[in-house]
Design a protein around this ligand. Structure first.
Ligand code: NAD
Length: 357
């Protein structure tokens, strides 16, 4: 029996629109799946919360999340956050660090009814999520960017053995449950120490997974292979910034960011969050594609199922995944995929597919 408290953080830009549809879909699966109960607890975050509570990530939100089983987070418009204001932290980075959500799992695959340049793509980027080049999460205190003089910036990249080993373990476990193929992506030819430590740590973990085939590429060469023959890749394990970039690229191979889900996963907590940003260019227009956020919530249910040995959460996750595929097959799509449906209309279409399943 699954009985879950789910925190809901709407985010900025298109966040409230796509998170709204996600919650609508979760209510629909809850009505269908016996033994699954979810209670949604809305918590303030982002620019709206800065106006009302004086912070983009109030303590109340962190405390509220800690009392929940998982969270759903919309994207946030971080490029306009004032980094010199301590009350304007990047909620995504801060929460990943605070809850030690060290694995960012970002699948990309073709869907029937969605035209793209490639076929048979079905891969997962497993991105280290708490270290690397990202200045807002790679130090215990403070940020990893420094200006010794007004014309010079030093940006620190952090790679640890612990961080590399644990992300590798997530990748190898995932590969074992899929096509048993894992690709390590690094830049060891130049970043000898950092990427070297990452590579050695991953290989060490891989020694316990003899059934998984391992290969590795320098990130620049991998970007080439990813556009030339994406169908050969299964699980891709890489460091933070490489994974961030490559997961957008992978989304582009299968139809765009509107189809790219993500899960921030730690040993004790998880937050579902689409790969894409807050899309300010289309915010408030009821035209964003909610699929990425909806599929992120399905990933959350899948992992709640794994962690709690809960069949009801698994069933709900696969009901959402099948529902998305069927709705797309019926040519019901938002404008980014060449369709004409609004965000809400897509959510309604998916709900009726789920209800009739
Ligand atoms: P973006 O992902 O928001 O948008 C890139 C392009 O994809 C835009 O044309 C946008 O309209 C389109 N797009 C994105 N999601 C879509 C969807 N669901 N449906 C239809 N079209 C969609 O990237 P950006 O423009 O570089 O960043 C915008 C803001 O988002 C910035 O403030 C950035 O810092 C932030 N951001 C946040 C996150 C996050 O919260 N996890 C991730 C990336 C970027």
């Amino acid at each position: 029996m699954g009985d879950y408290q789910i925190a809901v953080l709407e985010g900025d830009g298109i966040g409230p629109e796509i998170v709204g549809e996600t919650i609508k879909v979760l209510h629909a699966v809850q009505r269908k799946v016996r033994d699954l109960r979810m209670e949604f607890r809305y918590l303030p975050v982002g620019l709206k919360s800065y106006k009302t509570d004086g912070s983009t990530l109030p303590n109340e939100t962190i405390e509220g999340l800690a009392k929940c089983d998982a969270g759903i987070l919309g994207p946030v418009t971080t490029h306009i956050y004032d980094t010199s204001d301590p009350n304007m932290v990047n909620p995504s980075g801060t929460l990943r660090k605070y809850f030690d959500l060290y694995a960012n799992i970002r699948p990309a695959k073709n869907y029937p009814g969605v035209s793209s340049r490639y076929e048979h793509v079905d891969l997962v980027i497993v991105r280290e999520n708490t270290e690397g080049m990202y200045a807002d999460r790679n130090l215990h205190f403070g940020t990893g960017e420094f200006m010794p003089d007004p014309d010079t910036v030093l940006s620190f990249r952090v790679v640890t053995r612990k961080g590399s080993e644990r992300i590798a373990k997530v990748g190898f476990e995932l590969a074992r449950s899929r096509r048993k193929s894992l690709t390590l992506v690094h830049k060891m030819n130049v970043l000898r120490k950092g990427c070297g430590l990452f590579y050695d740590s991953c290989q060490k973990i891989g020694a316990a997974y003899e059934d998984v085939a391992v290969r590795d590429y320098h990130v620049d060469a991998f970007a080439l292979h990813l556009v030339q023959r994406p169908e050969v890749f299964d699980v891709v394990v890489t460091t933070n910034m490489f994974g961030d970039i490559l997961s957008d690229q992978a989304a582009g191979l299968v139809g765009g960011l509107g189809l790219a889900p993500g899960l921030n996963l730690g040993d004790h907590f998880m937050i579902a969050q689409a790969t894409h940003g807050s899309a300010p260019d289309i915010a408030g227009k009821n035209m964003a594609n909610p699929i990425a956020e909806i599929l992120s919530a399905a990933m959350m249910l899948e992992w709640l199922g794994i962690r709690n040995h809960d069949q009801s959460a698994f069933i709900a996750a696969s009901m959402i995944q099948a529902g998305v595929a069927k709705t797309l097959q019926q040519n019901k799509k938002t404008p980014d995929l060449g369709g004409t449906l609004t965000t809400e209309e897509f959510g309604d279409a998916l709900v009726s597919v789920i209800e009739s399943s």
